[in-house]
Write a protein that binds this ligand. Structure first.
Ligand code: FAD
Ligand code: NAD
Length: 398
């Protein structure tokens, strides 16, 4: 009698969760024993997090119970935190037990990269998880309340967002939409509130977007009240604000850092070869060192034909998950593996309510049509993980 293969998936983000869902659909009974481990009992929809962070949507719309998404008769779900991977022993150490595996899928996502800038770890908040965005949301309201009891401290209502990549840009768009509501609620003159988006590069938004879309996006956000500080990186963060490279100090009650990401540290700490924390993989998304470890999403690094790493995003994570799940099914059936090929479909960045910019393959889109497309992309993902009922439950019309 042969025993079923043991597959352990760590992380139930875009990569890990979709791998589990695809395995549950395609594996036949007894072909493999699949275990999914995640530190929360919910999956969070990272691509929504800028909204609950600013308070323009409820955080419940950005998370779903994992038990609603998987069939626990087919997938064994463990809510626990991975503390170590022991690839030589084929073991994963959790906070409360040790799991052994034949095949591991690592989907632990990314962490904030602070590049060693003094004070950021201690004084800046980040848009990374349900808990981190709940903190930002509460903090923003707290700053309004503090200002009301001490109106000489206008710096309480100064908000600095470090980094104007996609995360920083999407967040300032939401924050700019939220400020008038908070001003009304707290009885504050809106001209007192300042939103600074500080960016090391000479423009906001990533270099991959065409110049006219970048200009459009920045114009929209400037009209909403965002003040750009460009070509002047943050050099230091204190409990009073940020110091820029040009010597300017911006006194601020709130600093949000969205200046970059790196792969989850646990993988390099467990001995995997990485580039900025992202594991080097072969064409089948297996670790170069351990062929029984597949890596998906932000903690894998995959290169484009020109040798540049593809950006870490949800689109590539989902496609990788589908490829990994297919290959695991092939392994159980002794069939040849399929290499991963990224099918880039485009990118859309939100600029707040009713505004966005993006590229669909090579077609430029902006304004309402782009905002609508962003909703379609988000809805499509919800459909993949939870079908139409989840789309209806989690999609807000605005
Ligand atoms: P994640 O989705 O981050 O999942 C990692 C999972 O691992 C989480 O569930 C986490 O709880 C779990 N985990 C981590 N450590 C442990 C541990 N030690 N033990 C147990 N579990 C653990 N991309 C797009 O394509 N489009 C967008 O519009 C977009 N918007 C974004 C907006 C924001 C604000 C952010 C921050 C990112 C956005 N991205 C977007 C990027 C995208 O969200 C990520 O690339 C994607 O989530 C990567 O998926 P992943 O599975 O690698 O990691
Ligand atoms: P990022 O690395 O893409 O952008 C970080 C930005 O911070 C860069 O523009 C960088 O120049 C700037 N920066 C770095 N150091 C700085 C400093 N000291 N001072 C000021 N600015 C500084 O990070 P991100 O925006 O968090 O995105 C992370 C990943 O998630 C990316 O791969 C992105 O594509 C993806 N994402 C996609 C979307 C979307 O598709 N709509 C939304 C959010 C995130």
């Amino acid at each position: 009698m042969t025993t079923a293969l043991k597959i352990v998936i760590i992380g139930a983000g875009y990569g890990g969760l979709v791998t589990a869902i695809k395995l549950q659909r395609h594996l036949k009974n007894n072909e493999a024993e699949v275990t999914l481990v995640n530190k929360h009992d919910y999956h969070y929809i990272t691509t929504h997090l800028h909204m609950p962070a600013a308070g323009t949507d409820h955080h419940e719309n950005a998370r779903v119970k994992i038990s609603e998404l998987i069939n626990e008769e087919k997938i064994n779900f463990i809510k626990s935190t991975v503390v170590q991977i022991k690839p030589e022993q084929k073991e994963v150490v959790l906070e409360d037990r040790v799991l052994s595996y034949d095949y591991l899928v690592a989907g632990l996502g990314s962490e904030t990269e602070t590049f060693g800038i003094p004070g950021l770890e201690e004084h800046a908040m980040t848009i990374r998880s349900i808990n981190s965005v709940r903190l930002i949301h509460q903090h923003i309201k707290y700053m309004f309340a503090k200002y009301k009891v001490n109106p000489s401290r206008t710096d309480y209502l100064t908000f600095v967002v470090g980094g104007a990549g996609f995360t920083g840009t999407e967040f300032v768009g939401e924050l700019a939409d939220r400020i008038p509501v908070l001003c009304e609620d707290f009885g504050v003159d809106p001209s007192i509130v300042k939103i600074y988006n500080v960016e090391a590069a000479p423009h906001a938004l990533p270099p991959g977007l065409p110049g006219d879309l970048v200009e459009y996006g920045m114009d929209v956000l400037r009209r909403k009240g965002v003040i750009y500080k460009l070509s002047s990186p943050i050099k230091q963060c204190t409990d009073e604000g940020v110091m820029l490279a040009d010597g300017e100090f911006i006194k601020a009650g709130t600093v949000i850092w969205s200046g970059g990401i790196r792969g989850n540290r646990l993988l390099e700490q467990s001995g995997f070869e990485t580039i900025r924390g992202r594991v080097k993989v072969d064409p089948y998304l297996r670790s170069l060192q351990y062929r029984n470890v597949f890596v998906t999403g932000d903690c894998a690094v995959v290169f484009d034909p020109d040798g540049r790493p593809f950006p870490a995003n949800a689109q590539i994570a989902v496609q990788q998950a589908c490829n990994v799940a297919r290959n695991l099914v092939y392994i159980t059936r002794n069939e040849p593996l399929e290499p991963f090929v990224y099918d880039y479909k485009g990118t859309v960045a939100s600029l707040g309510k009713g505004e966005a910019v993006g590229l669909l393959k090579t077609i430029k889109i902006k304004g309402r049509i782009a905002a609508l497309m962003k909703k379609v992309i988000d809805a499509r993902y919800l459909f993949v993980i939870g079908g139409l009922p989840l789309v209806i439950r989690k999609t807000s019309i605005r």
